[in-house]
Design a protein around this ligand. Sequence first.
Ligand code: ADP
Ligand code: MG
Length: 710
Amino acid sequence: MQNSNKATLLTPIEKISKIGPQYQKRLKRLGIETVEQLIFHFPHRYQDFSKITPVKEVEIEKTVCLKGEIKDIRIVRLFKKRMQIIDAKLKDSSGEISVVWFNQPYLASTFKKGDFVFLAGKIVSKKGKKYLSSPSYEKIINEENPDLTHTGRIIPIYPETEGMSSRWLRFIVKPLLGKIKNEIKESLPQKEVLEKNNLLNIKEAIWQIHFPDSLARAEEAKKRFVFEELFNLSLIILSEKMKLNKERAINIEMNVGLIKSFVEKLPFSLTADQKKAAWQILKDLEKTSPMNRLLNGDVGSGKTIVALLAILNTAEKNLQTAFMAPTEILAKQHFETVKKFLKNNKDRSMPKIKVGLITAKENFIDGKKITRKEILEKIKTGKCQVIIGTHALIQEKVEFKKLALIIIDEQHRFGIDQRARLCRKQNFLPHLLSMSATPIPRTLTLTLYGDLDLSIIKEMPEGRKKVITEIIKPEKRKQAYGFVRKEIKAGRQAFVICPRIEPSNSTDEKKQQELSWFEVKAVKQEYEKLSKDIFPDLKIAMLHGKMKTDEKEKTLKGFRDKKIDIIVATSVIEVGIDFPNATIMIIEGAEKFGLAQLHQFRGRVGRGKDQSYCFLFSELGNNPRLKAMKSFEDGFKLAEKDLALRGPGDLTGQRQWGLPDFVMASLKNIELIEKTRQAAKEILTKDPELKKYPLLKNRLKKFQRRIHLE
Ligand code: ADP
Ligand code: MG
């Protein structure tokens, strides 16, 4: 093992001698692989042990830090309770107190009589006697100048993670910080940003966020990091916009007559938000600089039809659109939707449009299956105007005649470079519309709105009923199944989502593999149970990640044709699929999912005119996340609730927008966001390429990989 004295920020954690294989695994589970990532793993709160209380003055129920000498220490075995107790006495100049630790027998050899220690913990009382219960401890070698890490100061508490205590992290991080002090480089501009906004420099901030001198100092450190994240975000949004404004795109004039008549013939009327979004998009397309618009709307809000208007307007000019979906199933669904709406052969006012689908296995133009070679040829010669596929396929080696518009559904960012790569042979960039259901915090839309072209669909289509959500405890299961049967007999359909299973002790990749096998097993079991014991009279099918695409498609087609009543699935059901006749969503082991995911699942029902239901099967009737699901329907509200429930710094959930939770929690602070935006503007106006700020530029590259402004 390499000497950790030589550690740099990029040193892998395996090279740090104190971090053994078990801990390496645990850290990696948190996405921590380098020293840099480790020191940027911040505490989410602090405990103030900086004040030393004399033993004589301790009060029951108070958390205190004591300092003194170990007088006596012994192990007591409680055979009945199968417990070992360490019983010690601490003495200071004011008096003596008992100290007790449970089941930590090694402590008996850690301390000797006469050791000087700091102990921090809670005072409890038993039979009228006060004692200090399971305190944090620190043995002092140099009493004059103790180097304190766990007691006698403000100590960091890190987000709880299985098998990794805050004590261990402090033990690792503190010496590491000392060693790599000179490796940490400031990337924020000194005068324009740090001084102007009164921010701590990076070295001070990273130290103070882990081992603050005072709680106020910890706040200052946090403020710096929040500022930095938002500043970087602003820089990216602004500089992308500036770059794009210099690029050329084909201006696609709006054919108002065509759009109007198309909208009038739809089987439903568009919501006001849909109309507004469509208008904004069509107006963007008329510009000679490339559009970069995000269409954001909750699941089921009807984003696809808005995209269709842009496709129609583009195809009518004989220009091409690439429409990309995250999965083949969704690509196929979009293909069907586009055909259904844009290829009404009876309607003579509609332009003749050819729609293509590219998947790994098969390719279609309109209703006809053709070879890969043929479809590529048709795209190259411009005979096919709308091309649908997954991101991977479209990005590969498809050559377009005139690609004027790219639409990306439910995906992360798509940078200018990627755009350029898609149309290497063109002397213009395509317009870009990305669509997403990930809620964007209100404050961000308020402040960054001007820089980020954003269309939001808030309003749900008319006639949608609120999905009735119930938490179903085991004793109510039978009743719920009865209800499901009744609904299905009345012609409705249902989804059953199997619980998520987390295999432990494996690396990420292996974990993913195992995970899907475990999930498949869960799906099979659930399928057996439902089809044999619960609903032998109904038609049930499975859907999971290990099925081949055509098997999946067959199942989904069967479901669409109502030949299947219930689909038992893993989380593959999650994104985008649209079955208006499915009205019941059952989620097994619901407490195992995050709020965002539960919301996505629920979004699969409630898409038609019939009343829909979401049953959260769980043993825990009181789980706060499940309760939030029951109370809130709105994805934006749930996202806020999610943040509140998790608390800043809790790593159990997914990052939203790629921003750490402590930054998300600061998004209420409009003034702060505004300041970061101003700072970004100032820097970019003077130096659009950031030539004078190489470190900042470098940092932004990393940052960009992490965030996704979907
Ligand atoms: P998402 O925004 O989640 O992608 P979709 O575009 O899949 O939602 O739309 C969900 C369903 O709502 C589709 O079946 C679509 O045809 C339907 N829909 C869209 N707009 C309206 C509307 N204004 N009125 C009624 N139904 C609509
Ligand atoms: Mg969608």
